[in-house]
Design a protein around this ligand. Sequence first.
Ligand code: NBP
Length: 478
Amino acid sequence: ATAQIGVTGLAVMGSNLARNFARHGHTVAVHNRTAARTTALIEEHGHEGDFIPATTAEEFVAALEKPRRIVVMVKAGAPTDAVIDEFAPLLEEGDMIIDGGNAHFADTRRREQALRERGLHFVGAGISGGEEGALNGPSIMPGGSEESYKALGPLLESIAAKAPDGSPCCAHIGPDAAGHFVKMVHNGIEYADMQLIAEAYDLLRTVAGYAPGRIAETFRTWNTGRLDSYLIEITAEVLAHTDAATGRPFVDVVADEAEQKGTGRWTVQTALDLGVPVSGIAEAVFARSVSGHTGLRRAAHGLPGPRREALAPAEAEAFAARVEEALYASKVVSYAQGWNMISSASGAYGWDIDLGAVAGIWRGGCIIRAAFLDRIRSAFAAEPGLPTLLADPGFAGEIGRAQDAWRSVVATAVGHGVPTPGFSAALAYYDALRADRLPAALTQGQRDYFGAHTYRRTDREGSFHTLWGGDRGEERTG
Ligand code: NBP
């Protein structure tokens, strides 16, 4: 047995990850249900490092040093269970199965518990960065036991992306499913970021009257400032691209129906269960969903809306600057919501997640990588118990300075009939959190009226009910 690590599941992610391990000097055992993929990997990339190809599960397990470390990179869901069922009986106490797929965190909790009872470690590891990241350095979010991280962490850290300060984009997130949970929220934040960028594009196109090439330039400029990020960078690339077949801007020939694989939806479903408002992510998921409802869109097409001309060039430039402010402020809100969700789950499941460390490992490798994440890391380093990023003095100051522009952009969007659910939801969340009083008091009154659900008072302890159907006297109920 000479391999430090094994990878089973050699489609694009698994083979790139195996190559990444090999390129970093590790001997890698490789295995796939269909042996042809294993052969192809060795033929095409065998020269990149030390691989031990295995045809059967038994051969694969025999090639691994103890404690064995098996990375599973198969399609999430039933295939993952099938692979676990195949390998677990061949393993010994202390061995590790690492699921690098996009598993739902509830499945990871179930699998971790089942394998723990058999003396095996199960590590749900979120891996972000797509195929390119898997090969050249992903952001890795491993969960599982502390003990498993001791044996696994150095290997994973060696292949992870490096943040600008040189630290690896991999850290032990917390027990059982903490890693897959955090990866899910990463994807939710990614949805929100993409939606906000799309809204900024729509405003620059429709209200400022900019052509896609000009908008690409605007994004390139923004990418040199506080919005500096992978997503802004690729947005400029996509907008600058011309369709070869028609000579038209690429963005104008693509069908405007956004698809989704489901991690955004999981984030929102889970947030509802935890009772955490993640309106930015929810609006992003719904916006993709609206775009795909072609029947509804066809039925509503042509309904009345405002008739507004695009702005004059002099005004357009000032407007574009305000859009940058609105985009930034909305982004801070959606990250604040995402972190709030991680913090709530960490409490609910007893994961004890280091919130600053999560920002640290997203600085490189993953889709939402950005200079901005270093600010989040610093905010939690300065105040580990920070209840919301919006309360960090740095972010609070920036939002305070951006808020006039933010409000004006949302108002202009409404006036021009441009849908900006992300910008608007972010602003509404900000205004709700900072309000002295919320109309929730009225909601409580209504609930007490129709359902005797009781309410608390601002001036006395206890719960109360008003006898709405009687003399409207008040009784204390608890
Ligand atoms: P796929 O998700 O397309 O899965 C293909 C692999 O699963 C093949 O190796 C296939 O083996 C194996 N497999 C299946 Br399907 N059913 C199996 C079973 N019952 N038993 C054993 N093996 C089975 O591969 P991928 O796109 O490389 O993604 C791998 C994982 O990484 C997924 O969970 C994905 O969500 C996650 N992920 C993907 C990306 C990305 O950018 N693609 C990014 C981050 C995470 P076969 O060759 O015998 O059919």
